[in-house]
Design a protein around this ligand. Structure first.
Ligand code: HEC
Ligand code: HEC
Ligand code: HEC
Ligand code: HEC
Ligand code: HEC
Ligand code: HEC
Length: 505
């Protein structure tokens, strides 16, 4: 028997053999899958990708590791006389056919494996950065982010461009935390909703600024905000704003407007009291050119010395305002306004805004439960309050129900407990404090000034209201804000977001 062996004795042990077997089978499977993939040009499939670029290569490596372990163990045994056979020899004797074959086998397979391994590693790298992998692998977990992303201005920007970046260091970091995430998903141990701010999100300089030139001057932008009131006729109340976006750099001399914060010549630092960075207690602005430094402190509830020492000081970047560039979970108020403004819901249906927002606002445990309840809620409402409308406008009501269900599925994810109010949007100030986290009367500098709060600092109102209430500005400074509902001057004293929470105020 022994004489028929083609390789040195030490290769003939169960561990090495099993290892060789495992790795050959997985190599064949990889080749097979790759071949099928190339021949039929399959659509990118995350599950095939995982098997092809993660699971099989791992099994292959495992098998390969077993081979030398087996050899070493057997050699030890032979040495200690536990097993008969040739004494171990480190000499490679190319005169012996068995040694020659061993060298050939090892050399040949090393070259193939190195080659396959390099291609595999490269493919694996690409695959693990792909939108398919990030967005759909852990289907339930990433569903809110993936769905919202597909309806965002960044739908064609790969997840990795914002979440992972160039450089081996960040890549390794993201894979280490990624491995932990996979583990939490497998053990069903992940938080719902996923907490933000994301702790090791890379700074904007390495993400957003790959594509958006921070020194770019944007000028002012006109934007229309379509609102509908919660009354029987769903009165339209559009507001046209001229947003003073601005920006620029020292060279052009243009550095004002909202993008003044864009870290061109200034550092703005702040200390938030809470994890969500909504309660800001301290702000420092430093002008890097002339060294001017100004500290704003919370006059109602100043930071204690311990808080000052322990709380994190954060330097403001793009994501402190644009924290929802891609995962925009619209509030029911906003979703329905949007549907009414484009005519997907017929605004002549009595009270449709009010009832549509109300059915979206309920707490549900699953998407299908929500869909059922949206349908029955709207139908029942019309059956009781407007039976003649239910009778005569069946199609409009059916369309409205379908649109509300669709709006729900795009922005609310009961399974992951994701809603608009879980992830406050810091860009404006209507449904969360946003800009007013800093621009308020509470934060005051030693000089006595606070950050600007006049309504015209950030935008001017070009027009507001509709029909007999419509007002159009005749001067560049715009109109004084007129609150659509008579609430006296309450809107000057109270934050908009104290009343407007994304549903009927
Ligand atoms: C344009 C940049 C951008 C793109 C593209 C992007 N994200 Fe995000 N993502 C963000 C920002 C910014 C946050 C919020 C960070 C924070 O608040 O700390 C975020 C937050 C998240 C969160 C935390 C939970 C949440 O909803 O806020 C997850 C999970 C996530 N992204 C996954 C993805 C996935 C999966 C993709 C691709 C399908 C993707 N992201 C694409 C910028 C992006
Ligand atoms: C890989 C390139 C890329 C990266 C990275 C990127 N963006 Fe964008 N962004 C774009 C493109 C392209 C558009 C224009 C989309 C359009 O006009 O439809 C855009 C549009 C925008 C807009 C305008 C949105 C609107 O409503 O029209 C904002 C704001 C923005 N990006 C912020 C960010 C922020 C903040 C980050 C970092 C978290 C970021 N972007 C990262 C490519 C990128
Ligand atoms: C102080 C808050 C704030 C910061 C910081 C900030 N932005 Fe903006 N940005 C805004 C606002 C507000 C708008 C306009 C309002 C809107 O689109 O709703 C805007 C508009 C934009 C637009 C769209 C401009 C256009 O003409 O369409 C882009 C792109 C953008 N920002 C990118 C960035 C990038 C990149 C950074 C970081 C270098 C950044 N922003 C930092 C508040 C900010
Ligand atoms: C972390 C605190 C902070 C937040 C949040 C913040 N700002 Fe500011 N903002 C400042 C500071 C500090 C100044 C400068 C005050 C000074 O000059 O002392 C400033 C100044 C401004 C200016 C005046 C720039 C000029 O021309 O002099 C505008 C406009 C502005 N902010 C808009 C916004 C908008 C819009 C938002 C929300 C999207 C916002 N800010 C959010 C801290 C903040
Ligand atoms: C520090 C800057 C800043 C100040 C001060 C400010 N706003 Fe705004 N406001 C914004 C920004 C930025 C947006 C745009 C938000 C967006 O595009 O989502 C906005 C949006 C709005 C909107 C449209 C809201 C929507 O989502 O439909 C109204 C109305 C408005 N502001 C009224 C006011 C009034 C009234 C005041 C004075 C009490 C005021 N703003 C003060 C920055 C500011
Ligand atoms: C004291 C509570 C309160 C405050 C503060 C407040 N609102 Fe309102 N707002 C209401 C009520 C109540 C309505 C009427 C809702 C309805 O029945 O149509 C309303 C309606 C509106 C509407 C039209 C309908 C809608 O919901 O879209 C807009 C736009 C609006 N408010 C903007 C603002 C802005 C901007 C601010 C901050 C500058 C603000 N509000 C502050 C209570 C408030």
């Amino acid at each position: 028997m022994k004489h028929s062996r083609k390789l040195p004795t030490a290769y003939y042990n169960w561990l090495t053999m099993t290892g060789a077997y495992i790795s050959s089978v997985s190599l064949i499977l990889i080749m097979l899958f790759l071949g099928v993939n190339l021949l039929f040009d399959l659509a990118p499939n995350p599950y095939l990708g995982i098997i092809l670029f993660l699971v099989l290569p791992m099994i292959l490596m495992f098998g390969l590791i077993l081979v030398p372990i087996g050899v070493i163990r057997t050699n030890r045994r032979i040495k200690s006389g536990e097993e008969s056979g040739h004494p171990p020899s480190l000499k490679i004797d190319l005169g012996k056919p068995s040694h020659r074959r061993a060298v050939q086998v090892v050399g040949f397979s090393s070259v193939i494996l190195l080659f396959a391994g390099t291609i595999g590693a490269y493919q694996m790298y690409h695959f693990s950065e792909s939108v398919a992998f990030c967005g759909t692998t852990c289907h339930e977990v990433m569903k809110p982010e993936y769905v919202a992303y597909q309806h965002s201005p960044h739908a064609r920007v790969p997840c990795a461009s914002c979440h992972i970046g160039g450089g081996a260091n960040w890549w390794a970091k993201s894979k280490v935390s990624g491995a932990y995430q996979v583990y939490s998903v497998l053990t069903n141990n992940y938080p719902r909703p996923i907490p933000t701010p994301i702790e090791n999100m890379r700074p904007a300089q390495e993400t957003c600024e790959q594509c958006h030139w921070p020194n770019k001057y944007y000028g002012a932008q006109q934007k229309r905000y379509n609102h509908f009131k919660y009354d029987e006729t769903n009165t339209a109340w559009p507001i046209d704003l001229m947003l003073k976006t601005g920006g620029g750099d020292e060279r052009s001399g243009q550095n004002f407007g909202i993008h003044w914060h864009m870290n061109v010549g200034n550092d703005v630092e702040y200390i938030p009291r809470d994890d969500k960075r909504q309660d800001i207690a301290w702000v420092r602005v430093r002008d890097r050119n002339n060294g001017r430094s100004l500290v704003y402190e919370d006059t109602e509830n100043p930071l204690t010395p311990e808080e000052r020492d322990t709380l994190e000081v954060r330097t403001m970047d793009c994501m402190d305002c644009h924290n929802r560039p891609s995962h925009v979970y619209k509030s029911p108020d906003k979703s329905i306004d949007l549907a009414l403004s484009v005519g997907k819901i017929d605004s002549t249906l009595p009270n449709i805004k009010s009832i549509a927002v109300a059915v979206m606002d309920k707490e549900y445990t699953s998407e299908s439960e929500a869909h059922d309840s949206v349908a029955s809620g709207i139908t029942d409402y019309y059956a009781v309050e407007y039976p003649e409308v239910l009778e005569s406008r069946h199609e409009d009501i059916t369309n409205a129900i379908a649109t509300v269900q669709e709006a729900f599925s795009q922005s609310i994810f009961p399974e992951m407990k994701v809603r608009w109010d879980v992830y406050p949007n810091n860009l404006g100030h209507l449904t969360s404090p946003g800009c007013f986290r800093c621009h308020n009367d509470r934060l005051v500098a030693t000089t006595g000034q606070s950050m600007a709060t006049e309504c015209t600092t950030c935008h001017s109102i070009l027009s507001q209201g509709s029909g007999e209430f419509a007002e159009v500005a005749s001067t560049p400074s715009g109109l004084d804000f007129k609150h659509p509902e008579d609430i006296d001057e309450e809107w000057r004293e109270t934050l908009c977001s104290d009343c407007h929470t994304g549903v009927q105020p």
